[in-house]
Design a protein around this ligand. Sequence first.
Ligand SMILES: NC(=O)c1ccc[n+]([C@@H]2O[C@H](COP(=O)([O-])OP(=O)(O)OC[C@H]3O[C@@H](n4cnc5c(N)ncnc54)[C@H](OP(=O)(O)O)[C@@H]3O)[C@@H](O)[C@H]2O)c1
Length: 260
Amino acid sequence: MPASLANKWVLITGASSGFGAAAARAFAREGARLLLGARRVDRLEQVAAECRKLGAPEARTQTLDVVSTASVTEYVKWVQGVAGSLDVLINNAGGAKGLDTVANGKDEDWEWMMQTNVLGVLRMTRACLPLMLKNPGSHIINIGSVASRFAYEGGSAYCGAKAAELQITRVLRLELCGTGVRVTTVDPGMANTEFSLVRFSGDQAKADKVYDGVEPLTAEDVAEAILWVANRPAHVCIDEVVMKCTDQAAIHKVHRRTKA
Ligand SMILES: NC(=O)c1ccc[n+]([C@@H]2O[C@H](COP(=O)([O-])OP(=O)(O)OC[C@H]3O[C@@H](n4cnc5c(N)ncnc54)[C@H](OP(=O)(O)O)[C@@H]3O)[C@@H](O)[C@H]2O)c1
């Protein structure tokens, strides 16, 4: 029997697009109270308005840059004032920059990927834990990637960052054993969001090519998985979810339909 998420406080980082926005809508339909964070507050406001229409009793927004400890501290101070405690933390903000080999890699891309996908998760978790420890059955859900488990050419910093996210998730589960706080990683494969547009610095044609002839996961597919792990009863922890579209049997094995 799923546990009710009605009126639970759910914090989602990177809620301005993709998985984060879809998760916000999915939790809104369950009547959860939402705390949404990202850098693009105008986009967050649009998502929050949709969430209120879908049934969220609260959908609050506040600017958040997970790369900055000061921004994270400010954000969580705001969360403390608005909500007082937290039931679900979804560490989703992240992404990839570039597809260069190590030989051609750029410092700024590597730093962006490590800062957002790795240090962002650590900063947000450290700041939010005091609000969750009072709350047995609360849940940290990190969004990883199949890139944490399988390597691909050009993916060094992204695969490395997501592998770090996977190990951070596993470490946290050990450290929090006995507190009642659950820790999960949801690791999707290829999904059509703004991910590739960000990776290729806004080059839409390059981004579209990634999904050419493939039926990728949608943001809603991933949001459903996040919702499912979150509404298990408090004594049930789903450790790891690995999900890919049917066309992607492995990172290097993608079925592409040719156009007639
Ligand atoms: N799509 C895929 O194929 C795929 C597959 C596996 C895993 N993932 C992972 O899934 C997560 C969500 O990605 P997505 O596919 O939904 O891509 P997306 O549409 O580009 O969403 C990324 C989100 O992260 C936010 N973000 C980026 N940097 C941030 C920062 N410094 N501080 C706060 N928020 C930040 C963005 O918001 P702002 O720009 O407004 O800050 C945006 O809301 C990422 O961790 C990504 O690595 C994606």
